[in-house]
Structure formats: structure tokens, C-alpha cells
Design a protein around this ligand. Structure first.
Ligand SMILES: [Zn+2]
Length: 96
């Protein structure tokens, strides 16, 4: 039979408790110390989001993709530098 349990989060949820009366009682008591399913799922999802944010922040600076990206950026900067330098040289040559 279904038993209404008021969880630690304050929400009421029905649970099917099976087994001997003593087992049901113990399970009911334990359930009262836990959060309801909705809160459990919400909490777990928040944990996953936090963990994902943490791992992506921790991993990306050392990951090979990031390194490749960084060297590509460096090349881009060098190219720009080169272009700027040759533009300056052109300008100087034009002045002479
Ligand atoms: Zn709840």
C-alpha cells in the first residue's frame, strides 16, 4: 500500500512500502530524512550542471583542442604583426 511521506524538504510524496511492518517503518523513517523525488532530481541536475561547468573550466586550458586553438591564435597574431610591419615598411619607403 501507498504511504504518504513528508520529506525533509517539506514535500509530501506517496511511497509503496513493501516488506514486514518493521521494514516499512524503518523505510518510512528513512524516507522522512531524504528529499522527495522532485527535489532529488532538481538537486542532482544542479550538481551535474555545476560538475560540468567545473570540469569544462578545469579541462579546457590543458586540452589539446585548446592548445591547438592557442597556437592558431598565435599564428594569427604573428601574421597580423607581419602585416602591420610590412605596412609600416611600405609607409616608410613611400616617405623616403
Ligand atoms: Zn521536495
Amino acid at each position: 500500500m501507498e504511504q504518504q511521506i513528508i520529506h525533509a524538504c517539506g514535500h509530501e510524496q506517496g511511497h509503496y512500502l513493501t516488506g514486514y511492518d518493521s521494514q516499512k517503518e524503518r523505510k518510512a523513517k528513512w524516507l522522512k530524512t531524504t528529499t522527495c523525488r522532485d527535489c532529488f532530481v532538481a538537486e542532482k541536475r544542479a550538481d551535474e550542471v555545476a560538475a560540468a561547468a567545473l570540469s569544462s573550466a578545469a579541462v579546457s586550458p590543458c586540452s589539446s583542442t585548446a592548445n591547438r586553438h592557442r597556437s592558431a591564435n598565435r599564428l594569427g597574431v604573428d601574421d597580423q604583426d607581419q602585416a602591420a610591419r610590412s605596412a609600416i615598411q611600405l609607409e616608410q619607403r613611400r616617405r623616403l
